[in-house]
Design a binder for this molecule. Structure first.
Ligand code: AMP
Length: 219
């Protein structure tokens, strides 16, 4: 059996981790598992989980840990992630990180590296305010940095592009505040475990992809 590689992305909302995680996932044949995408899918399908998560997501708040952890536990038990995954957006709190540690031990797997994309807040606000997402396949674009070939249309599947409610400026500021309080402590948490690989997330998009690929190749 092929060697399993499990990786995690850590970074602020808008650090570019979602787009980079997709690219790296394809490059290294790892299943991209994004908690935000899972929540948005539930929202779109109007599941019980989606209804529960809706109000938190609209405010830019974190969905409670127990709900989020249960959703990820279910996702990571499916067959398509058994040869390796790329976690994106989870964990976002110390409690989630601890729960993930337990899940990984139960599965007899371990996170080979936590790729921390470090981006200054002002760059993030600029990036998020231009972000567009495909309503159908969730692929992200950016008005300035990664524009679609045809305005408002997804290059990948032809779906309609939209701006997420939580990418509006007031919500972005609140999400960043929450990131600093709740998620940033994970940088120290994984650094103490010797798993953190810090990547400079400022600069050109493909330049950052190269830095990430190099970091993964060195694992
Ligand atoms: P994202 O696409 O990763 O920015 O996530 C969008 C929204 O989904 C967040 O603002 C939260 O409301 C919710 N969410 C995603 N991942 C998590 C998580 N690990 N813990 C709690 N809430 C989350």
């Amino acid at each position: 059996m092929a060697k399993t590689l499990d990786l995690m992305f850590l970074g602020a909302p808008g650090s570019g981790k979602g787009t980079q995680a997709k690219i790296l996932g394809e490059r290294f044949n790892l299943k991209h598992v994004a908690s935000g995408d899972l929540f948005r899918e539930n929202l779109k399908n109007e599941t019980e989980l989606g209804k529960l998560a809706k109000s938190y997501m609209e405010r830019g708040d974190l969905v409670p840990d127990d709900v989020t952890i249960a959703m990820l536990k279910d996702r990571l038990s499916r067959p398509d992630v058994q040869t390796g995954f790329m976690l994106d957006g989870f964990p976002r709190t110390i409690a989630q990180a601890e729960a993930l540690g337990v899940m990984m031990a139960e599965m007899e797997r371990h996170i080979a590296a936590v790729l921390y994309l470090n981006v200054p807040d002002d760059v993030i606000v600029e990036r998020l305010s231009g972000r567009l997402i495909c309503r159908n396949c969730q692929n992200p674009f950016h008005l300035t940095f990664n524009p679609p070939g045809k305005e408002g249309i997804c290059d990948v599947c032809g779906g309609e592009l939209y701006q997420r409610d939580d990418d509006k400026p007031e919500t972005v500021r609140s999400r960043l505040k929450i990131y600093h309080i709740q998620t940033k402590p994970l940088v120290d948490y994984y650094s103490e475990k010797g798993a953190l690989v810090e990547i400079d997330g400022a600069g050109g998009f493909s330049e950052i992809t190269e830095r990430l690929i190099e970091a993964v190749q060195q694992l």
